[in-house]
Design a binder for this molecule. Structure first.
Ligand code: SAM
Ligand code: SF4
Length: 333
């Protein structure tokens, strides 16, 4: 689908749970008061598959499974297998904190997962605990190693925080030196608890990289579905990417919509408005339960409405205009 601003919308991020086995301080910090959705208020895998079928008919061909933590929901590999079987689906990838990745990797590979993004902000186990609230650093490292060894395309996503891990850019990019994995820096976005942290500008991170590696060059090869810009350091196996939502606004190239675990289609990360698919399945006070054929048409109509209502751009630079009040754990990044 082409939206009002001429952008081709072909990518959907699907959050399958609002629960997580970590408590990242900028996403869902320990102690935060947040209501978890009861299981009967989240889409079943069968319902998600129906949304994907409708999305494919609207021209969306690539899907990212996210959370909360997607591997914390039982049967996640089975969902990936179901989506992979849908005609017209070109790619299914996942973003995970990596804690359970080693354990589920054989099932994920067997299901046909095409690639994985693993979030890792630090190579220091103590800092890992400060950021995530848990001592699972080694699990994540094992998850990364097992995915790379299995030949799955891997990207490491790192969010830098001033005074916490921003001095670790060099250790983090060294992952891409020794392993066939890209390392990407995501600027902190003022969503949920992210508002409490000042972002580290990717421009500055790049300057430091260029000072250390003057031979760094732009990497124009296609790395995925997103807005990341990549560079290549000679001798490194992987590339370095920058997702600069704040200092390098990329809304003109936005190609995505989001499906929340609660069954709402979300046109833009920054705004709270969503379009309801949950009631297409479960009905509401005024509606009946619909047949599969009617549901398919209704789902397409909701997806089209969401795409047609995608705003031109986010407004992260004007905090007072951000209308999304949910935490990132409920949206999926
Ligand atoms: N649990 C999975 C994980 O951590 O990869 C998937 C969900 S998580 C919300 C997806 C990504 O969003 C992670 O890479 C996380 O670091 C990032 N994230 C969370 N809050 C953020 C924020 N305020 N700004 C930028 N990135 C954020
Ligand atoms: Fe969980 Fe991912 Fe949020 Fe961390 S960033 S709390 S791992 S959902």
């Amino acid at each position: 689908m082409i939206d009002r601003f001429g952008r081709k919308i072909e990518y959907m991020r699907i959050s399958i749970t609002d629960r997580c086995n970590l408590r990242c301080r900028y996403c869902m910090p320990a102690g935060i008061k947040t209501e978890k959705l009861p299981m009967d208020k989240i889409l079943t895998y069968e319902e998600i598959v129906e949304v994907v079928r409708a999305a494919v008919d609207c021209g969306i061909t690539r899907f990212k499974i996210t959370g909360g933590e997607p591997l914390a929901r039982k049967g996640c590999p089975e969902l990936i297998r179901m989506i992979k079987k849908i005609p017209g689906v070109q790619q299914v990838t996942m973003t995970t904190n990596g804690v359970l990745l080693e354990k589920f990797l054989p099932e994920l590979m067997d299901a046909g997962l095409d690639a994985v993004n693993i979030s890792l902000d630090t190579l220091n186990p103590q800092t890992f605990k400060v950021i995530t609230g848990y001592d699972y650093f080694e699990n994540v490292i094992r998850g990364i190693n097992s995915a790379v060894d299995a030949g799955l395309p891997v990207k490491i996503n790192s969010v830098l925080q001033k005074g916490v891990n921003d001095n670790e850019w060099e250790e983090l990019i060294n992952i891409a030196k020794d392993k066939k994995a890209d390392v990407r820096f995501i600027e902190m976005m003022p969503i949920g608890c992210g508002r409490d942290y000042e972002e580290v500008s990717n421009e500055k991170v790049f300057q430091r990289i260029r000072d250390k590696y003057p031979a760094v060059i732009e990497d124009i090869s296609i790395h995925g579905n997103g807005p990341a810009r990549y560079v290549k350091i000679p001798g490194f196996m992987g590339s370095i990417g920058f997702i600069s939502a704040i200092h390098g606004k990329f809304c003109g190239e936005c190609n995505r919509i989001r499906l929340t675990a609660a069954g709402r289609i979300k046109p833009c990360l920054c705004y709270g408005n969503t379009y309801d698919v949950f009631s297409v399945f479960r009905g509401n006070e005024t509606s009946d339960i619909y047949s599969e054929k009617s549901r398919h048409e209704m789902l397409k109509s909701v997806i089209r409405k969401a795409v047609n209502n995608k705003p031109a751009q986010h407004c992260f630079e004007k905090l007072s205009e951000i209308t999304e009040s949910r935490e990132m754990v409920k949206i999926g990044g």
